[in-house]
Structures are given as structure tokens and as C-alpha cells.
Ligand binder design. Structure first.
Ligand SMILES: Cc1cc2nc3c(=O)[nH]c(=O)nc-3n(C[C@H](O)[C@H](O)[C@H](O)COP(=O)(O)O)c2cc1C
Length: 303
């Protein structure tokens, strides 16, 4: 039996559901080639801000003994002028490219979104979830009315699909609903979760920024729960993200309601992870007796 993993997000057709997550590669044009060769169906860039940002001094990324990673990169990036270089590279490879953008308010996000559209990108992902930069990301995304205003302004200024990436907060379900109401075509759920670790010998926080975002396997059950809750409430188009390193992890997100997934931390240790997930999802779909993976989206909601 021929198994199809085809899916779509915000009207963008994808040959399979496995994308990379923003910030793990995706900041340089040559990363685009690496990600294409690694088998991802669409490329997601690092979050770009209007002006270049240096980010925090090291240490910015640590592997935790208890599993997963803690990072506070500080949204380091080369600024919006660099966006067209990555878009051009993805187009030359024939791959859809989603440009992640980060601003402090609706005006900055809108300005960035217009740059992304004019560069010819396939879609834009609004980073309303970075857990470690004050006035950015989660500070905005955890306020549902702010999410509404911001997404509304961006969505009315551009024609390409707007994907909104939200992170863990008590109000993530509300923020998701408001984002959809304001014109988001899809949601990416979730980002790294605000966390910290302390070195017991130096008695100091391990990250230069003290606090950062926890990613990798420890956050997967939390991310699956958020996807499940948001899908149950709105039947939205969801890109599941958080702790995915195998086909089984991806399958859980799909059953919870995700139409696609993003892989971040796992890519730090395994450049073949996308191919492995795709292969596993193919076998799993046919093992369950289906010809299209799409039929399994949200299946865990059935009684
Ligand atoms: C080193 C690093 C840098 C990241 N940079 C970004 C970023 O620029 N924009 C963003 O939306 N998420 C960023 N993230 C979060 C990831 O995209 C992803 O949402 C999160 O790590 C959870 O997925 P994972 O467990 O597969 O890593 C970053 C994560 C890591 C580990």
C-alpha cells in the first residue's frame, strides 16, 4: 500500500509533516542547504528582528544532566536585511520557507512581516513565545488581547499565511483562540519553557542570562497536552513542537491534533532525525491500516 505523508499548513502544501524548529540552524544561507539535505519538508529560519542583535554572552546553551537543553541565546541574529538571502537560497532549492520574526509591538512585527512577504517567503511565523528576552516573545504571547491586536495588524498587512508560535503560559489556550480570530492561519505550539539551572560548585546560574528556555524530551508531555487542548477547543491547524526526537514523538503530536511538527533540540545531536521520523511515520501509518497520515490527525480525541 502506498502511504502518503502529505499535509498542508495555512494552505502551504508539504510533502511530509517534518519541519525544523526556529533557531536550530536557520540563521545563515548555508544552513538552508544543510536543512534541505537533512530532509525537512519546509525550512524555518531563526527569529529575525528589525535590527541585528548580538544576543547574550556565553554560556547560552547547556545540556542538562536531567535531559534536554537550557538555552538563552537572546535572539541573536543579523537583522531583517539578511532575510532575503535565506529566502533566495530556499527558493533555489525548491523548498517552502517560513521566516520567523520577533518584535516588541505590532508596528515592528508588521514592518518585519512586510519585509518577509516582499522577500518572497512562503509564510511568516510570529515568535510570540521566546521565554528569555524581556518585552519580546512570551511577554506578548501570554496576553490574549495583545495577541489579538498584534496578529490582526500583521494579518491585514500581508497576503502570505501568518503562523503564530505560542509558548507555555496559563493563557495559552485563550491566546491561541485570539490569534486564530485575528487571522492566524496556523499555530506553532510550543516554544522552550522558561526555566533555570544552578551550578552547585560555583553557586551561580549556569546561563549568563540566569534564566532561559528548557527544550528537548523533558517538555514533550507538556507540549502534547497544549496541542491536545488547543485542537479540542478550535480544531485549528497546529504545528506541534517540543521534545520531538523520534517518529513516536511526532506520532503523539499528530494524534493530539498537529498537522505538522517541528524538530529543534534533537537536530543538535542527529542530522538524520527528519529522515528517521519520516520513515517511521510511513510504517506506522500503514501498520494502523491507513493510506494517508492526514487521517490520523486528532485521532486521540475520538472516544
Ligand atoms: C539554541 C536554541 C535556539 C532557539 N531559537 C529560537 C528562535 O530564534 N525562535 C524561536 O521561535 N524558537 C527558538 N528556539 C525554540 C525552538 O524553536 C523550539 O520551539 C523549542 O526548542 C522546543 O522544541 P525542541 O524541544 O524540539 O527543541 C530555540 C531553541 C534552542 C534550543
Amino acid at each position: 500500500m502506498n502511504t502518503s505523508l502529505e499535509t498542508s499548513i495555512g494552505g502551504v502544501r508539504l510533502s511530509h509533516p517534518v519541519m525544523n524548529a526556529s533557531g536550530i540552524l536557520g540563521s545563515e544561507p548555508e544552513h538552508v542547504n544543510i536543512l534541505v539535505e537533512a530532509g525537512f519538508s519546509a525550512i524555518v529560519t531563526k527569529t529575525f528582528t528589525l535590527e541585528p542583535r548580538e544576543g547574550y554572552p556565553p554560556p547560552i546553551l547547556v545540556k542538562l544532566e536531567s535531559g534536554g537543553y537550557l538555552n538563552a541565546v537572546g535572539l541573536a541574529n543579523r537583522g531583517a536585511r539578511y532575510i532575503p538571502l535565506l529566502v533566495e537560497r530556499a527558493k533555489a532549492c525548491g523548498k517552502p520557507i517560513v521566516v520567523s520574526i520577533g518584535g516588541r509591538n505590532a508596528k515592528e512585527f508588521t514592518e518585519l512581516a512586510i519585509i518577509v512577504e516582499e522577500a518572497g517567503a512562503t509564510a511568516v511565523e510570529l515568535n510570540l513565545s521566546c521565554p528569555h528576552v524581556k518585552g519580546h516573545g512570551l511577554d506578548l504571547g501570554s496576553d490574549p488581547s495583545l495577541v489579538y491586536e498584534l496578529v490582526k495588524e500583521v494579518a491585514s498587512a500581508i497576503k502570505i499565511p501568518v503562523i503564530v508560535k505560542l509558548g507555555l503560559s496559563d493563557r495559552v489556550v485563550d491566546s491561541s483562540g485570539r490569534a486564530l480570530e485575528a487571522g492566524a492561519k496556523a499555530l506553532t505550539l510550543i516554544n522552550a519553557i522558561r526555566a533555570m539551572a544552578i551550578d552547585v560548585y560555583s553557586a551561580k546560574p549556569v546561563l549568563s542570562n540566569r534564566q532561559g528556555g528548557l527544550s528537548g524530551p523533558p517538555i514533550k508531555p507538556i507540549a502534547v497536552r497544549v496541542v491536545f487542548d488547543v485542537y479540542r477547543e478550535y480544531k485549528a491547524e497546529i504545528v506541534g513542537c517540543g521534545g520531538i526526537s523520534s517518529w513516536k514523538d511526532a506520532a503523539e503530536f499528530i494524534l493530539a491534533g498537529a498537522k505538522a511538527v517541528q524538530v529543534g533540540s534533537a537536530l543538535l545531536g542527529n542530522r538524520n532525525v527528519a529522515n528517521e521520523i519520516v520513515k517511521g511515520l510511513e510504517s506506522w501509518t500503514s501498520l494502523l491500516g491507513y493510506s494517508r497520515l492526514a487521517e490520523l490527525v486528532g485521532m486521540a480525541h475520538k472516544d
